[in-house]
Ligand binder design. Structure first.
Ligand SMILES: *Cc1c(COP(=O)(O)O)cnc(C)c1O
Length: 308
């Protein structure tokens, strides 16, 4: 964060002081001899929350260094990345364009309306054309392009900074995080020594390429061992059936932990299951990364969840 504009953004807009380690107290932890702390990255900022700031920072720094007249990126109608990019560009006063998968609808998602309110130009792209993002990028060579979801080395390098917020990182035996593109997970893995188990919980159904996607972003020769779990998608990306909603309500009532419906609710559920099944053994110290995403809950009807 050496760039001057970024220092301004950091000091004025991001709440690093609010990012705490929240210990979770629950019967399923004490009876299994496991300790669990949640890194509350969601508290960094209500819009550029969680991992999004970290993943975007070096892309945006480059965009300002190159003097880019326009930043552009890709995402779906419920993309936290789109909103975060829109808001960051708004703060940095860089015009930006979001290329959105699918046709425009009469009632755009809350996410897209929010992105638009921060000045992002939305350009809808048919699902067919969206598959060939390179072709779209070639039409606008003057733009500074951030890959979909911030995926790439630049994004992972930013995400590596997440663990700097954890003072006592040595003590943890396991780090668990929700996973979309795998960029955050790659950053986390590259920032730690071996000897810790890193577990990514995929928010998508059957996205088996994810392991390779993470591996591609690791430094050459990194002796990483990590696991990706594919069984906690609750029906697929963006799906939030009643049992997941009920679980999220319970987590709020029991631990005052607000979780999002796309990523962290599923990953926290997976964490509990891993502990209950002794896959994470007694004596373990688990760090769960709350990667944010709570703005996505705003797409639910008001009052659906007991927090917002
Ligand atoms: C975007 C997002 C993720 C996924 O991060 P990747 O780096 O794409 O794997 C996880 N959790 C939340 C809350 C997110 O918004």
């Amino acid at each position: 964060m050496s760039n001057i504009k970024f220092d301004v953004l950091t000091a004025d807009h991001l709440h690093f002081d609010k990012v705490t380690l929240q210990p979770v107290h629950a019967g399923w932890l004490s009876s299994n001899g496991v300790a669990l702390d949640v890194l509350r990255l969601d508290r960094l900022h209500p819009v550029i929350s969680g991992n999004k700031w970290f993943k975007l920072q070096f892309y945006l720094q480059q965009a300002t260094q190159y003097g880019a007249g326009n930043v552009a990126t890709f995402g779906g109608a419920y993309s936290n990345h789109i909103v975060a990019a829109a808001f960051a560009c708004h703060l940095l006063q860089i015009p930006c364009t979001g290329f959105i998968r699918g046709e425009a609808t009469a009632t755009p998602s809350h996410t897209l309306l929010q992105a638009q309110s921060y000045g992002m130009q939305l350009q809808y792209v048919s699902r067919e054309a969206y598959k060939n993002k390179d072709a779209i990028q070639r039409q606008y060579p003057e733009y500074y392009w951030i890959p979909e979801g911030g995926y790439g080395f630049t994004g992972a390098r930013g995400a590596a900074g997440i663990l700097q917020l954890v003072t006592n990182i040595e003590k943890y035996t396991h780090i668990i995080a929700a996973t979309g593109t795998g960029t955050m997970l790659a950053g986390i893995i590259s920032a730690i020594n071996t000897g810790k188990q890193v577990v990514g919980v995929s928010a998508m159904k059957g996205n088996y390429a994810l392991h390779q996607q993470v591996a591609k972003l690791l430094p050459v020769g990194h002796p990483a061992h990590f696991d990706i779990l594919h069984d906690y998608h609750f029906g697929g990306y963006g799906k939030h059936p009643a049992p997941l909603m009920e679980y999220i309500r319970q987590c709020w009532q029991q631990y005052q932990l607000p979780l999002d419906i796309v990523y962290t609710g599923k990953a926290f559920f997976a964490t509990e299951q891993l502990i209950l099944s002794h896959t994470i053994p007694s004596g373990s110290d688990v760090l769960f990364i709350h990667s944010g995403g709570l703005q996505g809950n705003l797409s639910l009807p008001a009052g659906t969840l007991p927090f917002s």
